[in-house]
Ligand binder design. Sequence first.
Ligand SMILES: C[S@@+](CC[C@H](N)C(=O)[O-])C[C@H]1O[C@@H](n2cnc3c(N)ncnc32)[C@H](O)[C@@H]1O
Length: 473
Amino acid sequence: MTEDHPDTPDQLTLRLTAVAHGGHMVSRSPDGRVVFVRHGAPGELVRVRLTDHGEDAKFWRGDVIEVLESSEDRRTHHPWAAADALRAARDERAPVGGAEFGHLTLGGQRELKRAVVAEQLEHLAGIDWRGQVAAVADESPDGTGWRTRLHLDVSADGTAGMYPHRSHDLVAITDMPLATDAISARAPWELSVPGAARLDIAAPADGGRPLLHVGLLARQDPETLTDLRGRLASWGSDHGVSVTAQSPEDREIQTWSGESLVRETLEVPGGDPLTWRVSPTGFWQIHRAAPRTLVDAVLAAARIEPGETVWDLYSGAGLFTAAAAGVVGPQGRVFAVEGSPVTSADARENLAERENVRVTRGDVARVLTGRDPARRRHGSSRGQQRPAVRAPRPDVVILDPPRAGAGKEVLAAIDGADPHTVVYVACDPAALGRDLGRLSRRGWKVTDVKAFDLYPNTHHVEAVAVLRRNDAS
Ligand SMILES: C[S@@+](CC[C@H](N)C(=O)[O-])C[C@H]1O[C@@H](n2cnc3c(N)ncnc32)[C@H](O)[C@@H]1O
């Protein structure tokens, strides 16, 4: 509290201290309770509107609505008005999610991400990490124009928009500067789409034809559906965009205009570009430069030799699989595992002509151990035994798990398979810290961790860690 800014039940004046995992700044209320605050920076004195502040809550949450003493890293212009917390407070609305670090310079954002990675690695794996968070090649000066994938939700009247953090009140948006120019030029947020529940747009990084996928509401009125289909099919042909749709009752995706997939490419030295098909609901990296950045980092870390065997776990559509297959050559092998039916079908298709690749669809833990993770989660201590897939013994294991990390069973299986190198690609520093700690306790040495700013203007960060056996040279 200050004299000019008395505290009220839902507004406090707080000094922000450190950054926490998840993109919040840490603070304490006058009665000593921890308050996690969005849209601030360490050291700032700010006015905070509490968004979660139950009397019995262990900690509170809030958003900055006014800055009384500003950080040097605060910038004057937030690149996206809809996500600008100060502007939103003046307009008496909540800021949409998706650019919660947009109030900071890119250098300031990267410094906070560096601090979070260092803290998580120290705390969870005992690693004294001295690295930096690197910008990708040719990042724009304000960290905009990178998203090749965009998800919009749709309100009951057919307006497309996005949600503020921890809110169910959809906000209509009029721009999305984090998206690539290919998406912004088509402005999919301007579409009126009654009958849809969500829109997903994918625009290949090489300028190929984008795709708009419409997630339909269940049990659609036929007239609304016919109207929506007609309007979106002509929007698609006018804007050079393929359009697909799927209702929750249907397994099949309908193609309303153009193609039923997008194609992504990556230049490789001395050869034809690598290409991947990606289905409308399949996984692909979001930043336009992520495939290049991550493939280069993973190959440099893995030091794969021709003739070796590589596991690519959580392989997605086969980004690292294809790159590794080129390095191991015809005498080597790549064993890829992907759990999503759609994405594993993409991987199979993408790698069909590579005789040195085998793609297995399934949960990584089950594929490697034969135990059913669903049974495990529901209380059976041993899980249901099924034959594990016979995976060839690996020289190198690449794994790129989802936000929750790989977990101890998968790590035990990797350890037991005895590769010389493990390359762990992570989108969550806490999960990375936990899993590196587990591998360290099994005799692995973390020889390098590189961090990349693949999500500018958000708190997210990507890291690539390399592990070798403690006794390996
Ligand atoms: C972060 S993505 C990485 C994909 C790929 N490496 C890439 O860069 O494109 C993680 C992938 O793991 C898959 N996945 C998530 N949980 C899984 C599990 N338990 N078993 C197998 N695959 C899983 C997801 O479908 C997704 O394709």
